[in-house]
Ligand binder design. Sequence first.
Ligand code: SF4
Length: 578
Amino acid sequence: MVALPNIPESHLRCLLIQPCFEQTNYWNFVESARAIGAKATAPPLGLMTVAALLPDEWEFRLVDLNVGPLSEDDWKWADVVCTGGMLPQQPGILELIAKAKADEKFVAVGGPDPTSQPQIYEAADAVVMGEGEMTIPMWMDSWRDGNPRGVFESVEKPDVTTTPVPRFELIDFNDYLHVGVQSSRGCPYNCEFCDIIELFGRRPRVKTPDQFIAELQKLYDLGYRGWVDFTDDNFIGNRKLIKPLLVALKKWNEEHNYPFVFSTEASINLADDDELLQLMQDVQFRYVFLGIESPDEETLIHTQKRINTVQPIIERVRKIYAHGISIAAGLIIGFDTDKPGTDGPMIKFIQESGISLSMVGLLSALPNTQLTRRLSKERRLIDSEHNWISEPGAVYELRSTESKDQTISGLNFVTTRDRVEIYRELRSIIEAVYSPEAFMARVMDTTKRMNIQNKHIPNGWEFRRMFKGFRTIAWRMLTDKRTRWLYIKNFIRAAMMGPTKFEYAHTIMGSFLHFDLQTRKILETLDVSIDYAENHAPYPRSIKDAKYQAAIASNSLPIAESCGGCSSVDSESVAHGF
Ligand code: SF4
């Protein structure tokens, strides 16, 4: 092991490593990135922020394994390795820990999965849990006291107004489809399945306008132009504080000739705030990801997502389109209250809403969520080795032994309905909504409704990427006989709507390359899951299964109900709003 200095404020070479995500999943638009000549979707904002929080005396290199392999030169160079990430990156993080231990290098891990399941990462020298603004100083203090090793945890959430500007200079912009920034953390709502509120809390914390503009200015000064994604948990979680930030952004945009277009993730009540929508349109927001989850009101109430029931979802979706903002949506099946034949209403909703980028997946009980705690009490959890955990209250670990793309993993619990029925419904939804005909119809529906007021003029670098993307999309659409005529038809119709709508329609049509590839993989995997559940699974196929009923009958533990209720806390947060 390299001898560490007694105080961390010494010259050290720190290698920041972003482990791989699955190369193929619905959430990783790797095909879209490749179409424009990039290698990955987004750079590791967390690691760039960590670099800014670590001592100024440290020297950094950042290696993103989604972009390229780890070189021997970078590895040998490092005194300290910092890595971490989310559940799908768990195998990669564990591999890096093992490699570091074998080569006697000091390794520290952090990020959402080490925070939710620190016990899995106990081989690391330091497990820096939670938000780095709190726990990196704790790690440094302990180091100064002579112990750089340990688990560093804080129950307190940091004040993000002191978060430094991420070290964007550590990445090569050419490698990515877009870059990320963050203006807030946390979400006021209380969805039962959500781990964000466990990790970042329900009191959204927002950066100051000046602080946030300094981040954009740094990107601008480094020469970046184009797509910037706000990686906030819920961009409108604190509307009172986000509006002044948007006002400042509007002014900065005007002064800098609109160098960026933006995307983010938000709750659907964005559609209920005209002022906010107008501001987002003015500053050139182009995409928003909405957690729609289900078109079924009973299910939304059951999963404590009442904000989605306040107004009809399709009306809200169309209002967002009318402000020039396109929608990607998360939809889930496998809730306790889903009814037989959930696929029909889900397909109808997706087509009527025109949401081209609909990520439909299976419900997953993530560690440390209200859902997992309830399912544990109800003795319904299933571990990564397919073992049914029939002991209530047992510590639950989710080992990422295979893909944790939510579309094809999930259902890690005994379902209320026969799980084979759920798999078949997901299969039917995916086949229907990602058929070329259905996808292309949604593209045109949205293109007609979108009211884009474009103020961003791409620079030469962006034009070259766009041209490359255009060529790749056109070539692949025209050489595939399933898409050829649909593409030509949409191409002509969109071209007649003007250049801005044409560019939008062509970009969204291009994302079909990504969805088509993933769909084929997901359908194959679902067939394997169906076969396994029908013929091999050791756990009950549903709560009606005799095995589950016998276990429940053996004592008086709570039995799964077909419908839960919303917590009063949720109602409170909706009533008060932010
Ligand atoms: S709206 Fe629900 S799912 Fe989305 S971040 Fe908030 S609590 Fe989580």
